[in-house]
Design a protein around this ligand. Structure first.
Ligand code: CA
Length: 251
């Protein structure tokens, strides 16, 4: 099911758009402020974003610009004024389409469907195979942002996924919590490295057989973490971990 984010401060319009899109089988999220909408757009994966121009918190121009810096998702901009459309074009913000208020909900649904079909065609042609990382029983699909442990899919939040992928792509390299915080959260660390610890804990709960003896992400005391690749871990991997055997005793 395609996921759509509506960033619109007029709740009546947002609700109407949502109703029509849901009737057409879409999964819809609404944000009523520009700043909150941007945050949601960055932290979750959507198939299309419907973005109003005049918004509290952060206007649609800025929201569009910042989404474009990081995401390829199609953005459909909505405005009450024809003049704004010229401005959007002039600024080259990378919006994929524009629609002026008032518009009929069926027109919106038709535009959304057309964009998704076009986008899926482009993605289908451009990336025939997904970008995979496979280490022992762990499989990370970077393209689809999905993770499997021994063929069982696990759900990861955006940051958990980014952190795990970053570590797995740099195996045997020790990273400090500060460094991980800066790389994954894209900001200067101001003593909030506890965030990293919390995320590592959550990742371990999903990928490790025994979180107190991690086989993938190793704690280097006083320094940070590293993604481990070694024979011992491989041996444990091939043991019948689902049979209830205490693997710790063998190590
Ligand atoms: Ca508005």
């Amino acid at each position: 099911m395609s996921k759509i984010l509506i960033i619109e401060d007029e709740t009546a319009i947002a609700d109407l758009e949502k109703d029509y899109l849901e009737l057409s089988g879409f999964d819809v999220t609404i944000e009523n402020r520009g700043d909150k909408g941007l945050k949601t757009a960055m932290n979750e994966d959507f198939d299309l974003i419907i973005l109003d121009l005049m918004l509290p918190g952060l206007d649609g121009f800025e929201v569009c610009r910042r989404i474009r810096e990081e995401k390829n998702v199609p953005v459909l901009m909505v405005s009450a004024k024809k003049d704004d459309i010229d401005k959007i074009r002039g600024l080259g913000l990378g919006a994929d389409d524009y629609i002026t208020k008032p518009f009929s909900p069926s027109e919106l649904v038709a535009r959304v469907k057309a964009h998704l079909a076009r986008y899926e065609r482009l993605v289908g042609v451009g990336q025939k195979t997904n970008d995979l990382i496979e280490i022992r029983g762990l499989k990370i699909d970077k393209t689809a942002r999905r993770v499997w442990v021994d063929n069982e899919e696990k759900n990861f939040t955006t940051k958990e996924f980014d952190l795990l992928t970053f570590l797995a792509e740099n195996p045997n390299h020790v990273f400090s919590k500060d460094e991980l915080f800066r790389r994954i959260w894209n900001m200067e660390s101001v003593g909030d490295i506890a965030t990293v610890t919390v995320h590592i804990k959550k990742i371990r709960e999903k990928i490790e057989y025994n979180t107190s003896k991690p086989q993938y992400i190793e704690t280097i005391w006083g320094v940070g973490y590293r993604f481990k690749i070694c024979q011992q871990a491989a041996a444990v991997r091939f043991a019948p971990r689902r049979a209830g055997i205490d693997l710790n005793r063998r190590i």
